[in-house]
Write a protein that binds this ligand. Structure first.
Ligand code: UDP
Length: 236
């Protein structure tokens, strides 16, 4: 079966790596993600990944507790590096080669991100795990993932979350909320929907990178998206 997408940028939130724990990395969840990723790689899909760091540290929450915002954001970026190392290690362990890149030079923890080297890794069938967000404070990993997705010329950005798409309101708070099958970037903005931050949405819009928001915590869903099954919400 032909995959719908040849090259994808998969965005995973740090928070979902916590699994049932309140903090840190749940190894069952990590291994399940690795298994789902390997499954699509074995179909010939090239996979670049950006992971958040919210399971460990967020600059905004740090600042609310008195941390310097820039240092807090740097701590958040380091948190994404920790998560990226964990995922690459889980991928390697099941026989799926993965290469870690970092937005800031931290060699030998990962390779200093280079667009060309990342694309070469993808073409060799390695998963490119791109850590450290954009490398700058005041940005998010959603923006980092939009940026890297555009740079590596991904066909789509797959935003794996714990909800199964974009709703008219937060479905965890409002039982009358209904799900969109697809929605334009402008509608996301005009309705004030909290899908991604505005910088990330604007980058995707300007560079024509579609986004699929889907529930990554249900095993098999990543494969369904790749096969083109109608799950999640397409932002176009
Ligand atoms: N961060 C940053 N610049 C970036 C990406 C991330 O400063 O380009 C910091 C920021 O403090 C953020 C933290 O890293 O709160 C973790 O990233 P994010 O909140 O996007 O993670 P997620 O919500 O996806 O777990």
């Amino acid at each position: 079966m032909e995959p719908k997408y040849r090259r994808v940028l998969l965005k995973l939130s740090g928070e979902s790596l916590m699994g049932k724990q309140g903090y840190g990395i749940d190894t069952d969840r990590l291994n399940e993600y690795a298994r789902q990723i390997m499954e699509i790689c074995s179909m010939g899909v090239q996979v670049a990944i950006v992971i958040g760091g919210g399971n460990i540290f967020r600059g905004v929450s740090g600042a609310a507790k008195g941390f310097n915002r820039v240092k807090g954001d740097q701590m958040g970026m380091l948190a994404t590096v920790i998560n990226s190392l964990a995922l690459s290690s889980a991928l390697d362990a099941i026989g799926q080669p993965a290469k870690v890149f970092t937005a800031l030079n931290m060699y030998p923890i990962g390779d200093y991100y280079s667009n060309r080297v990342a694309i070469e890794a993808l073409q060799r069938g390695e998963v490119a795990v791109i850590a450290g967000g954009t490398g700058n404070p005041f940005f998010t990993t959603d923006t980092g993932s939009a940026l890297r997705g555009i740079e590596v010329e991904a066909d789509v950005m797959l935003k794996g979350t714990r909800v199964d798409g974009i709703y008219t309101a937060d479905p965890e708070k409002d039982p009358t909320a209904t799900k969109f099958d697809k929605i334009t970037y402008d509608e996301v903005y005009n309705r004030g929907l909290k899908v991604m931050d505005l910088t990330a949405t604007a980058l995707c819009k300007e560079n024509h990178l579609p986004i699929v928001v889907f529930d990554m915590d249900t095993p098999g869903n990543l494969l369904k998206v790749i096969k083109g099954e109608p799950i999640g919400t397409l932002v176009y």
